[in-house]
Design a protein around this ligand. Sequence first.
Ligand code: ADP
Ligand code: MN
Ligand code: MN
Ligand code: MN
Length: 336
Amino acid sequence: MSVYKAEYIWIDGSVPTAKLRCKTKIVKMGEEAPEWGFDGSSTNQAEGHFSDRVLKPVFTCPDPIRGGADILVLCEVYNTDGTPHESNMRAKCAAVAEKYASHDMWFGIEQEYTLFDGIKPLGWPDNGFPAPQGGYYCGVGADEVYGRGIVEIHLEACLDAGLNISGINAEVMPAQWEFQVGPVGPLAVSDELWIARWLLYRIAEDFGVSATLDAKPVKGDWNGAGAHTNFSTAEMRESIDACMAAAHALEPRHELHIENYGADIDERLTGEHETCSYRDFKVGVSDRGASIRVPWQVARDGKGYIEDRRPNANIDPYVVTMLITEGVCAAAEAAK
Ligand code: ADP
Ligand code: MN
Ligand code: MN
Ligand code: MN
């Protein structure tokens, strides 16, 4: 009997930041990966006395690690009565995406992350610190970047999985890196970002290295890690006025967004290290000290997209794309 391996991946109920969980199911060739279950009492998604939760496949792609006919299966978590589990943000995002589908929202998310060797960033000295920031961003050479071997394998794996990864770069703090996913719709960018994160953890695991999405992995004069969220509606892709209107539509919602843009956001959005303080809301052209940046080529072309620089690396992209879609599209409709 021939079979394939389906790696079921889901988002748990850990607070304040959810984690990925996974387990393998052997499926008969020719059959689809079915709904499955797990012990929710071990993932902060149930009490012990009634612990079964349901895994509902929502996005599948080739498994670039196992290869062959094997697949990755991203799932939503449901209760046994058929309702979405309260930790299931994808179901909530899907409802908002559906409501505003006519705006054709696109998202491109820049995922920053830091590679760790035990308790210190990869390649950092056992005692003390590397030279101060300045030469590491988009650097090359063994004295500038740490972990490129892992980063390259991860990029290749994302492409093999068919994800819309659009680039990678070394970041400002040594051992910190970034990959970008998109631009695609809110659910697609979020599904693919969670799968890309899973691939990163899984690949780094084989090197004894852990990747973290901590927003401020090293205290002090070191950059935090963000997930800049670039977005556009069909209208913004035609008009700079729509881009500016979208930026300003987010102003009255600033606090709501900050509360939902990842744990420890106050440690990252200090006003230093290419951020705007979480206490302020600022829109700027080319300004990396703004909350919302209008890229220079968008100002030049008179159309395009804008960048929300506030989200932390440790966001749930379903929550962030849902909030932006709601805020921007509702305001655009009200202005009509
Ligand atoms: P930065 O200069 O901020 O480092 P990056 O090149 O890392 O910018 O990321 C830019 C992101 O913007 C990419 O993820 C890309 O997919 C996304 N992007 C480009 N055009 C659009 C668009 N029209 N709508 C939404 N996102 C877009
Ligand atoms: Mn970037
Ligand atoms: Mn970056
Ligand atoms: Mn950016």
